[in-house]
Design a binder for this molecule. Structure first.
Ligand code: NAP
Length: 462
């Protein structure tokens, strides 16, 4: 290394480059066109930060660090390659959890060896430790729920009080450690055990379908924990990365809650979407079925079709068939657009990712604000496995649990065709007023099979 370039200067300069790469990466992730390169930019930032950290004075234990990095890297590469798009939320939960766990582990190392050097840094270590441990344990439960390993939502009276008591006890032990009243290994261990238990008991009662919001919240908490531990270690890259993740996670959590018209407290502390809660009824009328052959003719002779994909399309993995159908319609001169609700499916951007995977051009995809005025000019709104996001009760019925949630105005289209397997309800467990409207016809069946039949019908329509 040239004389003028000290290790410290090289590290700080590299962390600056890292910060720029993170921010540019994040910016690029805000559009589907540049999102892939955004991930690569942020990944490059992470690589720079990781490599330069080896220059830290006093770095040792290479024989442990390098094999650990190798094992972790191979596992991440292998699992990232294999994961199905529909399993992405639990994958993210797992990776988030690891980040929180890593932050908590740093806190544990500092606190077990007798503190990080003063009251302030010990208090930051404790704070980052509890947040990281909660995020780690909570994300593990979220993973278990989404993976179907945990199928029950454990709820009992007084649950919130128990959680508050655990939090209180963890904070008392943490305060004792931070104030140097008793920082013995027993107290530090008790503190971390309570924090881990809190993550579990907080997450167990939350319904599986609410997990994406919870994962996003834990993502934000992980960022916060990493940032706090960055102060403890005096590591600028950790502070910057943690702050960026914390801020992005908080914004995403807020946006998701807003798009569902629910407060975060409602997500965390209510039993929404629990099938045992009574469905808000009040919907009269019957659903009218249509045959695929008739629906195909209707589509083939339309001028404009707006496709509304939802959770059912994701479950059925019908996106490729849907695009095949739309290409046939486009070839016939039909105007086709895709309308995406911000929380259609079960994770943010769920539909965009699936449609992109199927090769749907971005310019055909519109979000809620952009497309809602267009439904009035559509001959057909083709709803594929979507339910809550097109329920007009959200606009009109004040007693509906989803009242106030912004919805796609599919009911304004001249005709509505709904593909779903039967009379099943959506995520919110309520009936849908759209399905019994005069202009609505139900095409019952699995989304993939039903769209396959529509393809045949459109071809037959000449
Ligand atoms: P939804 O309300 O959950 O409805 C999905 C519909 O798809 C169901 O009514 C179901 O009816 C049908 N379906 C299921 N499997 C199917 C298959 N194989 N083929 C055809 N249809 C199938 O979905 P959504 O309209 O997309 O709304 C998303 C909901 O999730 C919203 O309430 C939202 O607030 C919530 N949520 C979203 C997120 C997010 O980040 N995106 C996060 C948390 C919660 P059948 O059983 O009759 O087939």
């Amino acid at each position: 290394m040239p004389g003028w370039l000290s290790a410290g200067l090289a590290i700080q300069a590299s962390y600056f480059v890292t910060a720029v790469l993170f921010i540019m990466g994040l910016k690029r992730m805000s559009s589907p066109v540049t999102a892939r390169s955004g991930i690569l930019w942020a990944g490059a930032g992470m690589a720079v930060a990781t490599l330069i950290t080896f220059l830290y004075p006093g770095m040792a234990n290479y024989e442990l660090i390098l094999p650990a990095m190798l094992v972790g890297g191979i596992l991440a590469w292998w699992s990232g390659k294999r994961v199905a798009m529909t399993n992405m939320p639990q994958m993210i939960a797992l990776y988030n959890g690891m980040g929180g766990g890593a932050a908590a582990a740093i806190a544990a190392v500092e606190l077990y060896r007798g503190g990080a050097g003063g009251y302030v840094s010990d208090a930051l270590a404790v704070l980052g430790g509890i947040i990281g441990a909660v995020s780690f344990a909570g994300s593990a439960i979220a993973f278990g729920k989404l993976q179907g390993l945990i199928t029950r939502s454990f709820r009992f009276a007084g649950q919130q009080i128990l959680n508050l008591a655990i939090l209180g006890a963890a904070l008392v032990l943490g305060a004792m450690v931070a104030a140097h009243l008793d920082a013995s290994p027993a107290v530090v261990t008790g503190f971390f055990v309570l924090a881990l238990v809190l993550g579990i008991t907080m997450t167990l009662p939350i319904g599986g379908a609410d997990m994406p919001v919870v994962i996003s919240l834990y993502n934000a908490l992980t960022g916060l924990a990493v940032g706090l531990e960055g102060f403890v270690l005096d590591n600028a890259a950790m502070i910057i990365a943690g702050t960026v993740v914390g801020a992005a996670g908080t914004l995403l959590t807020q946006l998701m809650a807003k798009a569902m018209n629910r407060s975060l407290a409602n997500v965390l502390f209510s039993n929404f979407g629990d099938t045992s809660s009574p469905a808000a009824g009040g919907i009269t009328g019957t659903q009218k079925a249509i045959e695929a052959s008739d629906a195909g003719v209707m589509l083939a002779f339309s001028q404009k079709v707006i496709v509304v994909p939802g959770y059912g399309m994701a479950v059925a993995q019908a996106q490729h068939k849907v695009w095949e159908l739309c290409q046939l319609l486009l070839d016939k001169g039909v105007t086709v657009r895709f309308a995406i609700h911000p929380v259609a499916g079960r994770m943010p951007g769920h539909m965009n990712v699936l449609l992109a995977e199927a090769g749907v051009p971005y310019e055909l995809i519109a979000d809620l604000e952009e497309i809602n005025a267009e439904f009035e000019t559509a001959d057909v709104a083709l709803i594929i496995g979507a339910n809550d996001v097109v329920n007009p009760d959200a606009r009109a019925n004040k007693s509906s649990p989803i009242y106030g949630m912004p919805i796609l105005n599919a009911d304004k289209a001249k005709n509505v065709i709904v593909i779903k397997r039967g009379q099943g309800q959506g995520f919110s467990g309520i009936d849908n007023a759209l399905f019994v409207l005069d202009q609505t016809r139900m095409l019952y069946g699995d989304a993939q099979a039903a769209v396959g039949q529509l393809i045949q019908a459109v071809k037959a329509a000449g």
